[in-house]
Write a protein that binds this ligand. Structure first.
Ligand code: BGC
Length: 382
């Protein structure tokens, strides 16, 4: 960050030297963008930083899972990871497997061939994640599980995520508040992908709250279904069937993320049914707009900027061979205790939407209150 100060006498010489440097830099950027255009999903480059070329910087690869199970991966995680890694002086290559395990495997292999020292992995399931980690380990490449823990492997070095049981607990508590004292409420549960360890943790969290309501007879569980791959389209079909079977008598939905929540909301709208409490997670633009419109009762906001920064800091230290300074907690993945960093989730309802405006991982007020949503934003004083 330190900048040299020049005095007036040297100013002119500096200007012409700077022009030459800028011309060289512009040529380098042009050459790099030509190279980048040849790669598929490759986002490498030094972001225009001033130290000339990224060729000898240590390399870090990020493997994202898909772009449909949640908008977070492409719209929030990718840019924040890219920035955090580049600011830390490493070269970042971010690819997305679009839900395909063999694609992710190939992306990992390619990253290692290209010289990646560290892989930040969002696995598509623990089996394929473990295979990627084992291959990386055998070639001296470090693996950080990003957001999703890979179970039953000794080859993951770190895990960075949120307290995901707490995420689920917040969803359960949110639903209890939103349903209120409606007698014999009929509740449907839409779980995330059965192959995502997070979905298990979310479920542990919300079950610890809502099972008490079922056990006491306050609520009746009309259905409890898992959505393969968190696929929003499948969620719509599943929820359609739930409504069909329940004769439209559903009074609340525990949906494990905003995408699944939105699927339930769409199915309710298609049948012209009244609004009922629906939960979510990720504080996506759509999720927050659903809250503003009264279609959804809560979401869980996870400060992805902190998650991305913590993971990037680890990756940077490992890639540069520096000592890791992070405070970690051990989390058992079935094979070993993985040193982990877990950030804190918070609930968002119509009452505290404005609290997080301005955060880089949270939708902006302008986006939320655009178009038809504006009138409802006004009503909430947003
Ligand atoms: C993440 C959630 C996301 C879901 C679907 C989970 O592992 O923690 O934030 O909504 O995957 O992509």
């Amino acid at each position: 960050m330190s900048r040299k100060r020049s005095n007036p006498q040297t100013e002119e010489r500096d200007v012409s030297r700077r022009r030459t440097i800028w011309a060289l830099a512009a040529a380098a950027v042009l050459a790099m963008s030509v190279l980048a255009a040849c790669g598929d999903d490759d986002d490498s480059g030094d972001g225009g930083g001033g130290d000339g070329g990224g060729g000898d910087k240590p390399k870090v690869a990020v493997l994202l899972p898909d772009s449909k199970s949640s908008v977070r991966w492409e719209t929030v995680d990718r840019p924040l990871l890219q920035k955090a890694l580049e600011d830390g002086g490493v070269e970042a290559t971010i690819t997305n497997a679009e839900g395909d395990k063999s694609t992710q495997q190939q992306q990992a292999e390619q990253a290692i061939t290209n010289g990646a020292k560290v892989i930040l992995l969002v696995n598509l399931d623990s089996g394929s994640g473990a295979a990627i980690a084992a291959n990386a380990k055998s070639q001296g490449v470090k693996v950080i599980d990003y957001d999703r823990l890979t179970l039953d492997t000794d080859a993951n070095d770190y895990y960075v995520s949120f307290d995901n049981t707490e995420v689920g607990r917040l969803q359960g508590e949110g639903l209890v508040k939103c349903v209120g004292d409606k007698p014999d409420a009929q509740i449907a549960v839409l779980n995330g992908s059965p192959t995502d360890n997070n979905a298990t943790l979310f479920k542990n969290g919300y079950d610890s709250v809502i099972n008490k309501k079922f056990d006491s007879g306050d609520w009746t569980e009309v259905d409890d279904q898992s959505v393969p791959d968190w696929d929003n389209q499948k969620a719509l079909t599943i929820f359609e069937q739930i409504l069909q079977k329940a004769d439209n008598k559903v009074d609340g939905v525990l949906a494990a993320n905003d995408g699944l929540g939105n699927a339930a909301i769409s199915a309710l709208k298609q049948r012209k049914l009244p609004q009922i409490p629906v939960t979510g997670q990720d504080a996506t633009l759509e999720g927050i707009q659903n809250i503003v419109n009264g279609d959804q009762c809560m979401t869980v906001y996870k400060a992805i900027e902190k998650e991305a920064q913590a993971a990037a800091d680890l990756a940077i230290a490992l890639a540069k061979g520096d000592a890791v300074e992070a405070d970690t907690v051990p989390i058992d993945n079935g094979t070993h205790k993985v040193p982990s960093i877990l950030e804190k989730p918070v609930p968002v309802t119509k009452d505290n939407i404005a609290e997080y405006f301005g955060n880089p991982d949270y939708p902006t007020k302008e986006d939320i209150c655009a178009g038809k949503v504006a009138a409802n934003c006004d009503k909430l004083g947003l």
